[in-house]
Write a protein that binds this ligand. Structure first.
Ligand code: 5GP
Ligand code: ZN
Length: 113
């Protein structure tokens, strides 16, 4: 996806502060954080949303393994955290490249607004 901002980040065409990287996954801080720590975890390969996850389901394991490592490495996640994947218009998805928000450093209301 030539015009996808997260693909450009994954390829290194747009520089990001890499919190985590492996062959398939990259994580970087959200530009507009809604929590003391707000990290986006994305597959390097373009998938539009949760609805695009079919045979590539192992990517989800890799993303959650990344979340595990990131959370264990930063004390701000020690008291708990939240992982969010917004999907589509009602879900509030604004970037059409699958991503998981890893949020920590404060408590989060349930149900969400
Ligand atoms: P969504 O609303 O699709 O669930 O989440 C997209 C997230 O991407 C938003 O939280 C937004 O702040 C973040 N975002 C959008 N553009 C950029 C960017 O250029 N750099 C970074 N680091 N985050 C971005
Ligand atoms: Zn993309």
């Amino acid at each position: 996806m030539d015009d996808c901002i997260f693909c450009k980040m994954a390829k290194g065409d747009i520089q990001v502060q890499k919190i985590y990287e492996d062959d398939d996954v990259i994580a970087f801080p959200d530009i507009n954080p809604i929590a003391p720590v707000h990290i986006l975890i994305i597959p390097k390969a373009h998938l539009q949303s949760v609805l695009s996850v079919e045979d590539e389901s192992c990517i989800i394991s890799k993303i959650f393994r990344a979340a595990n490592k990131i959370a264990k490495a930063d004390d701000k996640f020690a008291d708990g955290f939240r992982i969010v994947a917004n999907c589509g218009e009602n879900g509030g998805q604004s970037v059409p490249h699958l991503h998981f928000h890893l949020l920590g450093g404060r408590s989060f209301a349930w149900p969400p607004g």
